[in-house]
Design a protein around this ligand. Structure first.
Ligand SMILES: Cc1cc2nc3c(=O)[nH]c(=O)nc-3n(C[C@H](O)[C@H](O)[C@H](O)COP(=O)(O)OP(=O)(O)OC[C@H]3O[C@@H](n4cnc5c(N)ncnc54)[C@H](O)[C@@H]3O)c2cc1C
Ligand SMILES: NC(=O)c1ccc[n+]([C@@H]2O[C@H](COP(=O)([O-])OP(=O)(O)OC[C@H]3O[C@@H](n4cnc5c(N)ncnc54)[C@H](OP(=O)(O)O)[C@@H]3O)[C@@H](O)[C@H]2O)c1
Length: 445
């Protein structure tokens, strides 16, 4: 009988939790520790999925399952691996295999002048703010101007445009923190401009999410350059494209209602410069792009008045200390999840594939990587100090006090209690110290 094997999963987002679910079913594995930087699990399901998409968030019922399965899987939150936290080399003392599932937490830049002005933010920060992520609790984006610009043609751009356009009352029954709801209630934003750098046939929006934009009460959709939609319909033979184009065409044909909130769709349009006053964004100079090009070339220029510019142009991976990293894709080079040149290390989710794909995509990915771990485990070298307790001693050396699953459930209960006052399932607590206070058993947020 070989020694018991222990596996660490770093990151409690969908990919890490799907991997843990596969590992737990194997007799080879004595224990799995899910090590998470935040005091709360679920990654972008908690801190990305839009607050008004409550049904989508119900996937946590599946994601939480490994933690109830006979105690073989532990949640250790509030522990930062690498990047000033516990070095990877110290983790290797305790686990035969480590699955890295830390996602793509950063924002891409546009690379245009004015991008550092106050009021210019990335989608990870913006979404993190309204989702109650403790890293972004202090963002308070500029909503003091009637115009806002969202750059990008993916589902994240749609989420942000929707949140900026909905009246605060419509968000009261969601989980957004009280401070965010207050900030949105005071918003002066009435015109949200979505800048799409290519044509209407090239957008990354998915049909269900796109249609939702046109169903918002009290919001008109303004399709600029409807000629591009008509031309794309004439040229398109692909089913998915046709569905999307028919949505745009329906909006272009629809009479506006005179609502004071509007979402504008600008095709073949790129920002070339952000203009400011007193260090704050006050406008975006845009340029229309030539047909077929995603570069800022040709066409005319214009200016959109705005106090907020959100770059929703894709998230960006971050190097993991001790692992190879491909800066061009923001991912860790791997072969079927096995990190190149580092036996015993694996990668899954957005850190493996890059920042695209829905929650379900991570199920197959996490399962595949866990299967690779199970295949390799018998041949991986024994470790110095296996077992559940020594790793806690190592965390203590770095001043880390993990929160466990029971602690998280106390935070969870505290948020649900806060929700009652607003008629919401929960209201998120976004400040780190308040999260920990609730984890440690005080019900007062
Ligand atoms: C704004 C937004 C909205 C989305 N909405 C939907 C939707 O409605 N439906 C859908 O199907 N998909 C949606 N997606 C996609 C979906 O969220 C992703 O496919 C999925 O979350 C990726 O999973 P992951 O595990 O790779 O990364 P993540 O979910 O990002 O999880 C990574 C985890 O690792 C932790 N971590 C990071 N660094 C460290 C460290 N050093 N040490 C320890 N832990 C660390 C993070 O805190 C996080 O919990 C959305 C994505 C975004 C960005
Ligand atoms: N409800 C849902 O199911 C849901 C909600 C949110 C997110 N998600 C998923 O999460 C993943 C990430 O979404 P995402 O929206 O961040 O990424 P995405 O789908 O990759 O979209 C990014 C968009 O940014 C554009 N872009 C990139 N660089 C640009 C630049 N320099 N200037 C202008 N535009 C630029 C891209 O245009 P090009 O095509 O021209 O490159 C693309 O339209 C996706 O798989 C998405 O489906 C799902």
């Amino acid at each position: 009988m070989s020694d018991p094997k222990y596996v660490a999963v770093v990151g409690a987002g969908p990919s890490g939790l799907y991997a843990a679910a596969t590992l737990v079913s194997s007799d080879q594995v004595a224990g799995v520790d899910v090590l998470e930087r935040l005091p709360a699990p679920y990654g972008l399901v908690r801190y990305g999925v839009a607050p008004d998409h409550r049904k989508t968030k119900e996937v946590v019922r599946i994601l939480q399952r490994p933690f109830g399965d006979g105690g073989k899987v532990r949640f250790l939150g509030n522990v930062h691996i690498g990047d000033g936290g516990v070095p990877l080399a110290r983790l290797r003392e305790h686990y035969q295999a480590i699955i890295h599932a830390t996602g793509c937490p950063s924002d891409r830049d546009l690379g245009v002048p004015g991008e550092r002005l106050a009021g210019s933010v990335g989608s990870a920060a913006m979404v993190g703010w309204y989702s109650g992520h403790p890293d972004h609790a202090g963002l308070a984006p500029s909503l003091d101007h009637t115009g806002a610009v969202v750059v990008g043609a993916g589902n994240v751009a749609l989420d942000i445009a929707r949140v900026l356009s909905l009246p605060a009352e419509a968000l009261a029954a969601t989980d957004i923190p009280d401070s965010v709801l207050d900030h949105l209630a005071a918003s002066r934003v009435r015109n949200v401009h979505i800048l799409i750098r290519r044509g209407p046939q090239d957008v990354k929006f998915t049909p269900v999410e796109l249609r939702q934009l046109g169903e918002l009460d009290g919001v008109d959709i303004v399709v600029h350059r409807p000629d591009l939609v008509a031309a794309a319909i004439a040229a398109s033979s692909e089913r998915r494209e046709q569905v999307i184009l028919s949505v745009f065409a329906g909006w272009a044909a629809r009479a506006t209602t005179g609502a004071d909130r509007r979402i504008h769709l600008h095709f073949r349009c790129s920002p070339t410069r952000l203009e400011g006053e007193n260090g704050r964004v006050r406008g975006v100079v845009v340029r229309s792009n030539d047909a077929g090009s995603n570069q800022q070339s040709g066409g005319g220029t214009g200016r959109l008045a705005a106090g907020l510019v959100v770059r929703a142009i894709g998230y960006l991976g971050k190097p993991v200390d001790g692992l190879p990293f491909d800066a061009s894709t923001g991912t860790v080079p791997n072969d079927l999840g096995r990190v190149n040149g580092l036996p015993g290390n694996y990668v899954t989710g957005w850190l493996r594939r890059g920042p695209s794909g829905v929650i379900g995509t991570n199920r197959a990915d996490g399962g595949e990587v866990a299967a690779a771990v199970l295949q390799d485990l018998p041949a991986l070298p024994e470790v110095l100090r296996p077992g559940p307790d020594p790793v806690l001693e190592t965390f203590a050396e770095y001043g880390l006090e993990p929160v466990d699953w029971q602690d998280w459930l106390q935070l969870d209960a505290g948020e649900r209690q806060l929700g009652q006052a607003r008629g919401a399932d929960r209201v998120k607590v976004a400040e780190w110290t308040q999260m920990l206070t609730l984890c440690r058993g005080s019900m007062t947020a």
